[in-house]
Design a protein around this ligand. Structure first.
Ligand code: GLA
Length: 665
């Protein structure tokens, strides 16, 4: 089958004569799969209950005739104008009570029974009509849930929230206890008194906000699941997915993963950010880990520029190829783009496409077609998997709670802190999984916990059990502070982790914007910013101290032997070099090696393995050509050479890629 290659296909934007050319050029570009129909609702149902699928039949038949697989969208991402006119109550409202009007897309309240009923009706039509169609390969439900309408605060949502709370808490007393409503005279006498956390004179109740984030995620998921139920009933053999977004706060990718047959991601690397491939690395690892190593799909990326950043430069030559191979190297079995043919009108006419305004005689089309050919030349990668000895923990509930207002510092940014911890592992060439706190940890030699503010007692016990059994654990500042309801764990910070870490935190000293302090201790000498805290040792040893600032002389990096393992702690945000030094030492203690020894700076290396084959991917993210020495000769499957040829040294141009396999025979 090979790695799937293609993009979003929006034929309704074009007269039918163009479609034949589309098919011809798709073949020329080695397209194997398109995602079709994402925004076709208004065209297939121009008036309520009046269906016009004839044109879409021809699209599907044409694609089938060309041997192109269709990941068929359920078309529900942008309700048609007649629906919001007939039912304005489907329109979402912001926390300020302001309605969000039609005119863009995703203008629906996720809790709206009217929206859901119309969506389900459409999906029933689609699934009935295209069940068994030779092109139908997968279902693509909705589109980027929560991208524009992250949460809705309308009356319909309020009712749905109250229903959700009744199920969760059963009694209003339990709700009052969980939400600490004794504070500020907020005690409820009845569930009917509860509202969404709308804009209030001051900070709305944090536990209420946290539950609303949970509810919002579940409301979006309920839309997905309502459509999925129809598809499972009518086309049980067709796998189902939806395109998630990277580090997307409203949608808990781990919770969704259980309901997806394959993880799918839209990722738009920023050509102006020199290190965006590291953010990509983190998100790709999360996608692969979410379903325990199952290959995932890069469902959208840009062939070149996007239209939605303030300044939208093209991807320089080779960058699109490199970043596409990065997805494959990190476990993707599909590389698709937004979109096939560049629109002439509408909001995305300056967003690049596989087939640009300039046609086939363009750098973009050539690079796309070359990549299509290259991917097609290497069947066998799909289905292979990677192994990692390091796990980095990520948890949406902690993220939601951390970034609520009224904290010691509102500068703590979950995504940024996660990357601070991921970067040194990526740069050291170490394979890493990104997993939720509930995941079994015993198979990992090292577990990294960046800033897990919300931690349940059972979550803390799992970490302790992991270390007791011999694991190496790094925990960072402001972790283990509150329970699932954003209530501080009693017993001194971080109460659930004190025994494991061998310390207590007496006071938080967040650092002011632009302020940094010095840290000293042998190899651990450098700067720190963002956060500091007053640590008392309770069995741990100090590896480094603050040397300037109010906390000069107090420990900041500690190590504690616990059972058979070791718990390390960092009570600040260490600068990048310090973070690297610390993680290098912890890795050495854990016996975790990089994928390849002696990798030049900027080169990423990963491995995917199947029953009989092994692929080593080398990706040069740097601006200079480099050479990489291999421990044993391998064959570069992308280089023109005789099949049995093998080399012990690989030359990589700037933005160069090599896919190495073991020599034949
Ligand atoms: C998202 C959407 C697409 C398109 C692209 C543009 O990924 O899913 O419909 O708008 O962004 O980058």
């Amino acid at each position: 089958m090979g790695i799937q290659f293609g993009g979003d296909y929006n034929p309704e934007q074009w007269p039918e004569e163009v479609w034949a050319e589309d098919l011809k050029l798709m073949k020329a570009a080695h397209v194997t799969m398109v995602t079709a129909g994402i925004f076709s609702w208004a065209k297939v149902e121009p008036r309520p209950g009046e269906w016009d699928f004839g044109w879409f039949d021809r699209v599907m038949d044409g694609l089938a005739g060309a041997g192109i697989a269709v990941c068929l969208a359920t078309m529900t991402a942008s309700p048609p104008p007649w629906l919001s006119r007939a039912h304005p109550e489907i329109l979402p409202e912001g926390p300020d009570g302001q309605r969000r009007w039609p005119g863009g897309r995703q203008h629906y309240c996720p809790s709206s029974p009217v929206y859901r009923a119309h969506a389900v009706r459409l999906v029933e039509q689609l699934a009935t009509r295209y069940a068994g169609h030779p092109a139908l390969t997968m279902w693509h439900v909705g589109n980027e849930y929560g991208c524009h309408t992250r949460q809705c605060f309308c009356e319909v949502s309020a009712d749905d929230f109250r229903r959700w709370l009744r199920t969760r808490y059963e009694s209003v007393d339990a709700l009052n206890a969980a939400w600490s409503t004794a504070f500020w005279s907020q005690a409820y006498g009845d569930f009917d008194e509860v509202l969404p956390p709308r804009t209030a004179p001051t900070f709305p109740n944090p536990a209420q906000q946290l539950d609303y984030l949970r509810f919002g995620d579940e409301a979006l998921r309920a839309c997905y699941l309502a459509e999925k139920a129809v598809l499972t009933r009518l086309t049980p053999e067709v796998p189902i997915t939806t395109n998630l977004m990277p580090q997307h706060k409203p949608v808990d990718a781990f919770a969704w993963s259980a309901h997806m047959d394959a993880m799918a991601l839209d990722f738009y690397q920023d050509p102006y950010a020199s290190d965006d491939h590291i953010r990509a690395g983190y998100v790709f690892d999360l996608m692969r880990s979410a379903r325990s190593g199952q290959p995932w799909m890069l469902l959208e990326q840009a062939p070149s520029a996007v239209n939605w950043r303030p300044r939208n430069g093209p991807k320089p030559p080779g960058a699109m190829r490199l970043w596409s191979w990065q997805a494959v190297a990190q476990g993707a079995d599909a590389v698709l783009y937004f979109q096939w043919r560049q629109s002439l009108g509408g909001a995305e006419k300056f967003h690049s496409a596989m087939l640009p305004h300039g046609g086939t005689d363009t750098r973009i089309f050539r690079e796309v077609a070359d990549l299509g050919r290259e991917l097609a030349s290497l069947p066998g990668i799909e289905g292979t998997r990677s192994r990692a000895e390091v796990a980095l923990l990520a948890d949406w509930h902690s993220w939601w709670a951390l970034e609520l207002d009224s904290k010691p510092s509102t500068a703590l940014d979950h995504s940024r802190i996660a990357l601070d911890h991921y970067r040194p592992l990526f740069e050291a060439g170490v394979a890493c999984d990104v997993v939720p706190p509930q995941r079994e940890l015993s198979g990992y030699r090292l577990v990294v916990v960046p800033n897990l503010y919300l931690l349940t007692m059972s979550g803390a016990e799992r970490l302790a059990a992991y270390v007791r059994a011999g694991g190496q654990l790094l925990v960072s500042f402001f972790s283990g502070i509150v329970d699932a309801h954003d209530r501080v764990h009693p017993g001194g910070y971080p109460a659930p982790l004190r025994e494991l870490l061998g310390l207590r935190v007496e006071e938080f000293w967040p650092l002011d914007a632009g302020r940094s302090v010095s840290v000293g201790g042998g190899a651990y000498t450098g700067r720190a910013d963002l956060w500091s805290e007053a640590i008392d040792l309770e069995g741990a040893e100090a590896l480094a101290h603050f040397t300037t600032g109010e906390l000069a002389g107090r420990p900041v990096v500690t190590r504690h032997t616990y059972g058979q393992g070791t718990a390390w702690y960092a009570g600040t945000r260490l600068d990048a070099a310090l973070m690297r030094a610390l993680l290098d030492d912890i890795r050495a203690a854990a016996g975790v090696l990089p994928v390849l020894p002696g990798l030049p700076a900027g080169v990423q290396a990963t491995v995917r393995e199947g029953a009989d084959e092994r692929y080593v991917f080398l990706l040069n993210h740097g601006a200079e050509a480099v050479e990489v020495d291999l421990p044993a000769p391998m064959r570069d499957a992308l280089a023109a050479q005789d099949a049995a040829g093998a080399t012990g040294r690989v030359a990589l141009a700037a933005r160069g890629v090599a896919v190495l396999t073991d020599p034949v025979g």
